[in-house]
Design a protein around this ligand. Sequence first.
Ligand code: GLA
Length: 734
Amino acid sequence: MITFCEEKQIFKLDTKETTYMMGLVDGEFLGHIYYGKKLRNPGGFYRFRTDEYPMSPKLLPREKLGFFGGFPFEYPTGGVGDYGESCLDILNEMGQSACELHYVSHRIEQGKPSLPGLPASFGLKDEVETLFILMQDEVLKVQVELQYSVFEKEDVITRSVTIHNGSDHTYRLTKAYSACLNVEKEKTELITLHGAWARERHIDRRELFHGKMRVSSNRGETSHQEHAFLGLVTPQTTQSSGEVYGMQLVYSGNFTANAERNMYDIDRLTIGINAETFSWKLSAGESFVTPEAILTYSDQGIGQMSRNFHDFMRSHLIRSPYLHKDRPILINNWEATYFDFDTDKLLSLAREAKKQGIEMLVMDDGWFGKRNFDDNSLGDWVVNEDKIKGGLKYLVDQVNAIGLKFGIWFEPEMVSPDSDLYRAHPDWAIQVKDRSINMARCQYVLDITRKDVRDYIFDSLSAILNSANIEYVKWDMNRSVSSPGSFLLPEDQQGELFHRYTLGLYELLDRLTTAFPNLLLEHCSAGGARFDAGMLYYGPQVWTSDDTDAVERLRIQEGTALLYPLSCMGAHVSKCPNDQVGRRTTMKMRGDVALSGTFGYELDITAMPEEEKAMIPTQIENYHKYHHLIAEGDYYRLHSWDDKEPYDAWMVVSKDKSEALVTYAQVLGRPGYKRILLPLQGLDPAGDYILDGEDAVLKNGEMPEYEGDLLMGAGILIGNSGDFSSKLYHFRRK
Ligand code: GLA
């Protein structure tokens, strides 16, 4: 619920468990008062007062700068005396930077409008309410509308900003962030995600010191390296207790997320498009809309933040018709064959896969142009009939006749220098005049800020998708953007390239999903370099990492699940020893770990050891038994493995608490330890549960029974087992 208390000049935004408050000082300046546990009434205006200064520049005009220096602006602007990180910087027609926003008006609406050209959350009129606060800089004649949408049930508030140039001049935006949050706590710690190729989204946590700390991307994609997310906690916060603020961005390009502790120990979190690589010409009468930021708060620990984000994305962000469906269990030929395949090989994979219960064959990279290696043909989306003998339709028909669906890989945003496309249109590659383009994986990036390039991509993909019964697409992107120049953008708009690239991508994805509404779309970027909330608006799943080793996946999937529902994480059982790290793990552990994602296979099923192959039907049975729980349930992180306690554990609990699945993965054996007791979470303490999973210990044919409070208080008993062993425990209420 959103209210404005005229008398106190306070906006109060309430969700089920939280309250967010802002106040108007002098009827002009919008400041942040509070975000935290739900409060009864609007109040707390004293938050704006300091010892030195009264809370109003009207009362002490000679010290307006002092007021600006200490005021917790909701949307701080540059150049006028707030020396913290600003959210908005505008250059006027003389190239000078200053902007001071004053409140003009506000309105409250049921529901939530979409954001033009950008992915954004949505909700019905009775699910979400939106507050629009109009601010203005009278000198620039710029209007800034702050948008706050309140998702009561999920304890989420989303924000975005529209900047309108109401003057006769042309201005330049050099920064336009999406949100700012000022938090005042004695000591805080920052949680971020970092990584590299094959090591995405590992969790970092450290004290927030004075000064600025930031994570960002300037690669044209969200990146393997850093993530558009900040978690702010107190030192006492654990998985299941304590305060946590979470902030993330619905955006797939260059972002920045900044945390700053100022001289008064006030933390300012800001998030938005990365200003380092952004400059936007805002002509008279034009508007600029920022991406959306998602905020949540809980005093129930980090796990609750994750559950809020998961619920929110499942209900209000992911649009795919597959969201609440079991995904077809696929086998992907990448790690099975790499580029070395043909129709016969694919059909042999399909036949064997069908026997084991697999439901879809995905043909990965190497089916087009003359591509037998990664140094050619990107952009030439024409079937290579030397490999795909008989053509694509023949292959797909055969696969369908075997009883499998068919999926295909594309890398639409790219072009190989050795391609017909590049030879015909060298100017279509992103590049800076007179400089050679730095290659990565022997490829260039297409300038999808251009409509002609987007049309070419859309037409090429459509032609392939219309030529056969293709039900799934893996949309890949295997290099970052560099040399950010476009041959079509005018010189005073070259600084717009990165954002326009992301907008171009969204336009393409929108066209594709509109033209092929039943397509199952899996995003990918050299593994998981574009795993973000923006992409999930278009496709329900993202390939989490090129590292398919079950042990490496524990940390990668844990970090990913910090923000994203398990049903979004592309996860496959791959061969042993693993291609990326050479580790030998058990087939059981590979299956159990992949089960907590979309689930599928990525190996040569015709050449794998028989005893491993024999386990596939049970793994598939588990998927069908448990996927609804994994996809729709509440996720609890129970234990993260480390050197001293080398096991990992998590669980999912159905919303009605009638069912739970615990996954336990022992990375290394623990010599001398007889067993562990693992306390569970999220069960009904008053409920009685029966353990009936494949790893249930059955005594005299009886199903073991446990009380919910005992399972959570004392824990379940797990016998010591060897390296790379894993267990699945399924509980159902009696
Ligand atoms: C990327 C993907 C892989 C595979 C290859 C193909 O690395 O992450 O899964 O599709 O490209 O070139």
